[in-house]
Design a protein around this ligand. Structure first.
Ligand SMILES: *Cc1c(COP(=O)(O)O)cnc(C)c1O
Length: 377
C-alpha cells in the first residue's frame, strides 16, 4: 500500500495546458493574463461581483495586507480565534500589534460569539478597543457568522475572515470570506485547491485593492523612476502559479463534493464506535467543504498513540491545530477562554481527506482505526 496522505495536491490536466500557454508566451513573471483571470474567476466562484480580489503569493501575505489596510499600529489590539494555525496570528505581530485570543464554541469549533462579546466589552472598559477581529473558519466549517457580524457591527470593529481552509464553504448560501471587511484564501499545496503556493485577498472596493496592490509591489509610486513614500513588500503571485490556479478553480466543486463524501463515509463508519464526535454542520445554514475530516474521541483514548499507530501502517493523520494560547510563543498574550478548544485539541484528530483518496484506501484507514479501537477496549 502506498503512503496515504492527509491532503495532497490534485491536478486534473488543464492546469498543464495553461502553464504551457504562459510559458510559450514567455509570460513568466508575477503579473499577467493568468493572474488577472484567476482574480476574476475567484470573484465569480464566490459570487462577489461588487468586491475585488488580489492574487498574492500566500494566504499569510493576504492576511498581512488586510492587517495593514485596517491601519493596525504598534500596541493596537487585534482579536483572533485561538483555535487556528499560527499563520492567522503572525501578521498581527508583523505590525507590532497585540493579539487577544478568543476561544471556541462546541458546535462549529470556531470563535465563540458569547466570549467575543465579553472580550470586547472588557477591552473597551480597559480603554483598549480592539482594532479588528480575525475570524477563522476551521477545516472549512463556517463560524457562527450572524452572531459575530452583529457584534462586529454593534461595536464597529472590522472583521478579517481567514477563509484559508474554507474555499467552497458557505453560510446562508453566501461564500465564506465575503462577510467581513476583508477575506483571505490560501492556495498552499495542502489546501482544497492549490497553486503550489499562493493566496488571495478579498476586499470591498477598487480603492482598497489599489492600496493592497501597491504594498504588494514594493510600494512603487506611479512615476517613471522608482519613487517610494512608504514601506513595501514583494507579495504578488506568479503568472505560472496563477495558471495552475485557473485550472484548479474549474474543478473546485468536484473537489468539495469528494471531500464531503470522504467526511460522510468516515462519519457513517466510525460513529458506530460510539466514542467519536465529528465536526458537524450545526444546521442547514452551514455548508462546509470538509477540507479535512476532523473528529474527537472520548477522553480515555490517547489520540497521539492513534496517530503513531496509523503511521506504522503508512497512514498520515494529524493532531488538530494546537490552540494559540497553548503555544509557548503566544502564551503571554491576552486570552478569553472557556476551555473548549483545549479539550477539542486534546481529543481530536484529522484523518486522511485528500481528494485523491480511493475507496479502497479509505476502507483500509477505517479498518485500522477500528482495529486500534478494539485493542484499546
Ligand atoms: C494555510 C492557512 C493559512 C496560511 O496560508 P498560506 O498560504 O500557507 O500562507 C492561514 N490560516 C489558516 C487557518 C490556514 O490553514
Amino acid at each position: 500500500m502506498n503512503k496515504i496522505w492527509l491532503s495532497s495536491p490534485h491536478m486534473e490536466g488543464h492546469e498543464l495546458d495553461y502553464i504551457k500557454d504562459a510559458y510559450n508566451k514567455n509570460h513568466v513573471f508575477p503579473l499577467g493574463e493568468y493572474v488577472d483571470l484567476f482574480e476574476s474567476r475567484i470573484l465569480n466562484e464566490i459570487k462577489y461581483k461588487k468586491g475585488q480580489c488580489l492574487a498574492l503569493n500566500s494566504g499569510t501575505s493576504a492576511l498581512h495586507l488586510a492587517i495593514k489596510l485596517c491601519g493596525i499600529l504598534p500596541g493596537d489590539e487585534v482579536i483572533c480565534s485561538s483555535f487556528t494555525f499560527s499563520a492567522s496570528v503572525n501578521p498581527i505581530l508583523y505590525e507590532g500589534g497585540n493579539p487577544v485570543f478568543v476561544d471556541s464554541e462546541n458546535d462549529t469549533w470556531n470563535m465563540c460569539p458569547i466570549l467575543l462579546k465579553k472580550c470586547i466589552k472588557d477591552r473597551i472598559s480597559l480603554g483598549k478597543k480592539p482594532k479588528a477581529i480575525i475570524l477563522v473558519h476551521l477545516y472549512g466549517m463556517p463560524a457562527k457568522i450572524d452572531e459575530i457580524l452583529e457584534i462586529s457591527n454593534y461595536y464597529n470593529i472590522p472583521i478579517i475572515e481567514d477563509a484559508a481552509e474554507s474555499l467552497g464553504s458557505y453560510y446562508n448560501n453566501q461564500h465564506t470570506g465575503t462577510f467581513g471587511e476583508y477575506g483571505i484564501f490560501s492556495f498552499n499545496g495542502n489546501k482544497i485547491i492549490t497553486t503550489s503556493g499562493g493566496g488571495a485577498l478579498i476586499c470591498k472596493n477598487e480603492r482598497l485593492k489599489y492600496d493592497a496592490l501597491k504594498y504588494a509591489t514594493q510600494s512603487r509610486e506611479p512615476v517613471n523612476w522608482y519613487e517610494h513614500t512608504q514601506i513595501g513588500y514583494n507579495y504578488r503571485l506568479s503568472n505560472i502559479s496563477a495558471a495552475i490556479g485557473v485550472g484548479q478553480l474549474e474543478i473546485l466543486r468536484k473537489r468539495v463534493n469528494k471531500r464531503r463524501e470522504i467526511f460522510s463515509r468516515y462519519k457513517k463508519e466510525l460513529s458506530d464506535l460510539g466514542v467519536t464526535t465529528f465536526q458537524l454542520e450545526p444546521n442547514t445554514k452551514f455548508f462546509s467543504n470538509h477540507w479535512l475530516t476532523a473528529l474527537t474521541f472520548n477522553e480515555k483514548y490517547n489520540v497521539s498513540r492513534l496517530i503513531n499507530y496509523l503511521n506504522k501502517y503508512n497512514i498520515e493523520s494529524r493532531h488538530l491545530w494546537k490552540p494559540m494560547h497553548l503555544q509557548p510563543f503566544f502564551s503571554n498574550f491576552k486570552l478569553y477562554t472557556n476551555g473548549i478548544s483545549e479539550k477539542i485539541f486534546k481529543t481530536g484528530i484529522c484523518l486522511p481527506s485528500s481528494s485523491l483518496l480511493t475507496n479502497e484506501e479509505q476502507t483500509y484507514v477505517i479498518e485500522k482505526i477500528k482495529k486500534w479501537y478494539l485493542k484499546k477496549h
